[in-house]
Every structure is written in C-alpha cells, then in structure tokens.
Write a new protein. Sequence first.
Length: 260
Amino acid sequence: MLVDSHCHLDFPDLADRLPDVLLRMQENRVDLAVCIGVNLEDFPKVLALAEAQPNLFATVGVHPEYTDVEEPSLEQLVQLAAHPKVIAIGETGLDYYWQKDQPEWQRERFRTHIRAAKVSGKPLVVHTRDSAVDTLRLLKEEGAGAVGGVMHCFTENWDIATQALDLGFHLSFSGIVTFKNALIVKEVAQKCPLDRMLIETDAPYLAPVPYRGKQNQPAYVRYVAEEIARLRSLSFEEVAMATSDNFLRLFKIPVDHQPS
Ligand SMILES: [Zn+2]
Ligand SMILES: [Zn+2]
C-alpha cells in the first residue's frame, strides 16, 4: 500500500482524466490520495472528489500564493474542516518566492489557519518556499505543535528539518527527491526518522524521474518511495508501509476508511 499525501486532482489537467488517474493508482497500489484545497472558491470541487471516491480525502485552506481570492475566517475553516472526509487544514504557510515583498497578509492568513487547526483538532499541511525561518517562527508563536502536521514537498536543509521535527511535524518528500541534483533533499530523506516521513506527488506538478517534466499523477508516488528506499538501503515495502502507517496515524484516518 502507498499513500499520496498531497495532490491536486481538482486541477483541470487531472480532473478531466479522473477515471484513468484512479485506475493507475489502483494498478500501482496507491490506495489513498489527499486532494489539497488551495482556495475557498475551488474547495467544493475538492470536497466533491473526496465525497465521490472512498479512497480520496480532502483538506481545506487558502494557499499563500493566492491574492485575489476570498480571505478565510477562522470560523469558516473550522466549519468546513468538520466534514469527516476533510482530514487537515491547508495547504497554508508562506511563499516568499511568489510574493517577494513578503506581505504581512500572508503571515496573518497563516496564523488564521494554525488557529483553525487547533480549534478543529486537525493537523496542518504546511507549504513553505523561500520562507523557512518565518514559517517556523509562526508555527512556534501560534503553538502549532499542539496539532502537528506535515511540511509538504520538503526542500529545506537538515537544520530546518530538525527544527520542524522538534516541533512535532512530519516531513513529506515529493518527486524532487528523485532529481539527480537534489542533494540536500536526498540528505534529509536519508536522515529523517522513518516514523516521521510521508510521501507525495504534488501532482500535476513535480513528476519524479523517469517522468520528470511530464504531467504528474498520484500513481507516480511509487517512484518517490523507490528512491527513498534506495537512499536508506531499505526495501520498497518497508518505505511503503512506514509512510502509509505514518499517514494513517497523523491524519487519524478512521478504520472504516482504511484500505483492507
Ligand atoms: Zn505547496
Ligand atoms: Zn500543493
């Protein structure tokens, strides 16, 4: 069993070929995938996927790179997160790559998500790009360790990794770990405690080798697991089992939603 802990199946590229995407998951033993919310306007599509497919879950949040969208309130996030198939708050966080002026509203939006996660008792899916120091600072200031969560698509160095791990967070590795030049990500994937690792595709982006540059899909999460197994001299099954167990535990997936 494999779990893709982060993908965007509501994005048109993948939504238009959903039956094929689901079939490929099945063929590759990718038993569960999480459709990540990026704004409130598109959240109904994300939730509809999770409601229609037993093996898909959803998250609710507004990504830091979106400017002209509805700003979520704490109450709204808590209310939407109450749905049984919504397993986390996010993706949220900071992105100073897309907003080089590092606007205050990003940090305010992030704080709202952390507070909503604490009220709803559901973990956070955190996005951080060119903003690791502030991301960790806000997580600490808001007491995010109480709910925990995942630093998704982790690309920071081992020093940042240890700080996130110390806060109680998990690290999720994407197809980037398969890229030949991603030496820092490979190093972190070797050192991260096995019981704190997740894997993801971030599909339709970041397809792993051998599909680098092509459209990504949840089935390809197996290449992420294969590379981590190679880096750590473990079997593919060991990595698949550990990352799946971590996922079920972190997101408190009810037994009746777990694949048999
Ligand atoms: Zn992201
Ligand atoms: Zn994403």
